[in-house]
Ligand binder design. Structure first.
Ligand code: SF4
Ligand code: SF4
Length: 510
C-alpha cells in the first residue's frame, strides 16, 4: 500500500513533530483500511439482482403469447411431419441427414456440393434481420429470439407454480420452509422436463424422428443423440431458467451491433418524456395542469423482463418486448389519460412532438430499400437455382500417380476417377464418352474390352464412382502434344440430362 498518497489525511500542522508523525501514521492506517475495504467491496462483475416480472395484459402480451405458441409448436412438431420422396429417400419433412450426407427441407433436397444454398439462406436471414431492425428496432429480440421465447416460457411456468410478482417476491424473502422447498422443486422439475424435451427434439432433426424417439428410451439411439440431448437440456435449463436476461445483456453481441442498423426513423419502444414529465403521484381529483401524465406507479418496471426503467431512455438491455406499453396503457386507462405514454415511436417524431409538429413516418428509407434489393436479389437467385436445379452432376479427377502409362504395344493410357451424382429419386443409366481427342477408347478399371463409350447405372439418390482409363494408340499418341485438352461426357441414355467435365490427356512427351 503506498503511504505517500494520503488524500485528506491529517496535516503535520495539527500538532508537534512527534504528534504530526503519529497523526500522519494514523491517517495512513485509516486510509489503508478504507482502501482495503474499498478493494474488498469492488467486484469484477456486478452481482445479479433477481427479476420477478409481473404478468402484463394487453395487445403486445397477446402477440408475444402467439409467437411463443407458434414458434415452440413449430420446433417441437416439425421433426414428426412426413414428406413422401419415394423409396430412395427418407420421408421426414425436415432432416439434416449427416450419415447420408443430405439436407431435406420439404420438397428441397440439398447435397453437400450445394452448401451454397445454406450460405444463401443465412444471408437471407441476416439481411431480413437487418431490415426488420432498421424498421422496427429489436423486434427479433422482443418476440422471436429463442432466448426470449424459452425465457418467456420458463417465466410462465415459474408464475404458474410460485404466483405472480408479489407472491414470488414474498416467497424469495421467506425463510426456508416445506412450502418453499416444494414450490422450488416443482418449478425446477418442470424446467428440467421442458429442457429435456427441447434437447430431445433437437436431435430428432438429425435422425428419423419416430425411430430415434422410441429408441432413445430403450438404449437403441446413437450415442451422439444422448450426448446432444444432454448438452441441449443443460443449455436450455441454464440459459432460460437461471441466466435469463443476463444472456441478452452480457453474452449476446446483437445489442452492440444493432445500433448500426437503427436511425432516427426506426420505430422503437419509447417513453414519451415530453408527455410524461414532470412525473409524480397523482390523486384522483387532482388537476393535471402543469404536470406530466406519468404517475410514477412503476408498473412499466414491474412487468419488464429485463428489470429496467424505460423512462431512463434508450438502454442496451431493452429487448423491445413492448410489455411496458401494455402495463402503462392499462394505467393510463385507469386514470383516464390517453394511452401511448410508452409506445412504438421514432426519435424524429419525439423531437417533432416536442415542437408540437405533426409526426412523420419514414419506414421505407434508402437503407431499408437497400436491404429489400439485397433480399430480392439473393432470394431470386436461390429460387432460380432451385427451380432449374440439375439432378445430374459430374466430378472428374485425373490420376496424379502415375500421370500416364505406356502399354507394351506403345499406346498411352491415362486414368480418371469419375463420380456421377444421380440426384433423381429413380435409378438411371448413363453413357460415358470422351471428346476432344481422335481415336480415344475407354474402359472401366477391371474390364477387358475397350470401346468408344461405356454405359453405367447410378442408383436413385446415389453417387456412382468409377475408375476409367482413356487409351490412345501408339501412332496417334506420337503426333499429340504433351497435354491435350479433353472432355468427359456423361449423358443419360434417354437423352434427358447430360453433364461434361473438362480435363487433359497427357501423352508422355516432355
Ligand atoms: S407505467 Fe406509465 S405511468 Fe406508471 S411509471 Fe411507467 S410510464 Fe409512468
Ligand atoms: S423496457 Fe419495456 S420494451 Fe424494454 S425490455 Fe423492458 S418491458 Fe420490454
Amino acid at each position: 500500500m503506498g503511504k505517500t498518497t494520503i488524500i485528506g489525511g491529517p496535516s503535520a500542522k495539527s500538532g508537534g513533530a512527534a504528534n504530526a508523525t503519529r497523526t500522519a501514521a494514523e491517517g495512513v492506517a485509516k486510509i489503508d483500511v478504507v482502501a482495503v475495504n474499498a478493494q474488498e467491496n469492488r467486484k469484477l462483475y456486478q452481482e445479479r439482482i433477481p427479476i420477478y416480472p409481473k404478468l402484463a395484459h394487453g395487445l403486445f402480451r397477446k402477440i408475444k403469447w402467439a409467437f411463443l405458441f407458434v414458434l415452440l409448436g413449430i420446433y417441437y412438431v416439425i421433426p414428426f411431419v412426413r414428406w413422401d420422396r419415394g423409396p430412395s429417400a427418407p420421408d421426414q419433412a425436415v432432416l439434416a441427414d449427416f450419415a447420408g450426407r443430405r439436407f431435406y427441407f420439404f420438397f428441397i433436397e440439398l447435397w453437400p456440393q450445394e452448401v451454397y444454398y445454406i450460405t444463401g439462406l443465412l444471408m437471407l436471414a441476416s439481411f431480413g434481420l437487418f431490415m426488420a431492425t432498421a424498421m422496427f428496432g429489436r423486434i427479433w429480440c422482443g418476440y422471436a429470439c429463442p432466448q426470449t421465447v424459452w425465457t418467456d416460457l420458463f417465466i410462465a411456468v415459474e408464475r404458474m407454480v410460485e404466483g405472480d410478482r408479489n407472491a414470488r417476491l414474498r416467497l424469495a424473502k421467506q425463510p426456508f420452509s416445506a412450502e418453499k422447498a416444494i414450490k422450488k422443486a416443482i418449478k425446477h422439475a418442470a424446467w428440467i422436463a421442458i429442457s429435456f424435451l427441447t434437447g430431445g427434439v433437437f436431435v430428432l432433426y438429425f435422425h428419423d424422428a419416430p425411430t430415434v424417439a422410441l429408441g432413445f428410451f430403450t438404449g437403441q439411439a446413437p450415442i451422439s443423440a444422448y450426448l446432444f440431448a444432454a448438452i441441449l437440456t443443460f443449455t436450455t435449463y441454464t440459459l432460460a431458467g437461471t441466466m435469463r436476461e443476463q444472456v441478452c445483456t452480457y453474452m449476446c453481441p446483437w445489442p452492440r451491433i444493432q445500433g448500426a442498423m437503427t436511425d432516427e426513423d426506426t420505430l422503437e419502444v419509447a417513453y414519451r418524456g415530453y408527455r410524461g414529465e414532470p412525473r409524480g403521484p397523482h390523486k384522483k381529483n387532482d388537476s393535471w395542469e402543469g404536470r406530466g401524465d406519468c404517475i410514477d406507479c412503476l408498473q412499466c418496471v414491474a412487468v419488464c423482463p429485463m428489470g429496467i426503467d424505460i423512462r431512463d431512455g434508450d438502454q442496451l438491455e431493452c429487448i423491445n418486448c413492448a410489455l411496458c406499453i401494455d402495463a402503462c396503457d392499462a394505467v393510463m386507462e385507469k386514470i383516464g389519460r390517453p394511452k401511448g405514454l410508452i409506445a412504438y415511436d421514432t426519435a424524429r417524431n419525439q423531437d417533432l412532438a416536442r415542437q408540437h409538429k405533426k409526426p412523420v413516418f419514414k419506414l421505407f428509407r434508402p437503407r431499408v430499400m437497400l436491404y429489400v434489393i439485397l433480399l430480392a436479389g439473393i432470394g431470386g437467385a436461390m429460387l432460380y437455382g432451385l427451380v432449374n436445379r440439375s439432378t445430374l452432376e459430374l466430378n472428374t479427377l485425373r490420376d496424379r500417380s502415375p500421370i500416364f502409362v505406356q502399354l507394351s504395344d506403345g499406346s498411352i493410357r491415362n486414368g480418371y476417377t469419375v463420380k456421377i451424382l444421380n440426384k433423381a429419386t429413380i435409378a438411371r443409366s448413363f453413357r460415358i464418352s470422351v471428346a476432344g481427342i481422335e481415336g480415344a477408347s475407354l474402359k472401366a478399371a477391371g474390364a477387358q474390352k475397350q470401346s468408344e463409350f461405356m454405359v453405367v447405372e447410378a442408383g436413385a439418390n446415389k453417387v456412382r464412382t468409377l475408375k476409367i482409363y482413356v487409351t490412345i494408340q501408339a501412332d496417334t499418341a506420337k503426333v499429340l502434344k504433351a497435354s491435350v485438352p479433353i472432355a468427359i461426357l456423361v449423358a443419360e441414355t434417354n437423352g434427358n440430362e447430360d453433364a461434361v467435365n473438362n480435363t487433359v490427356f497427357l501423352s508422355g512427351k516432355k
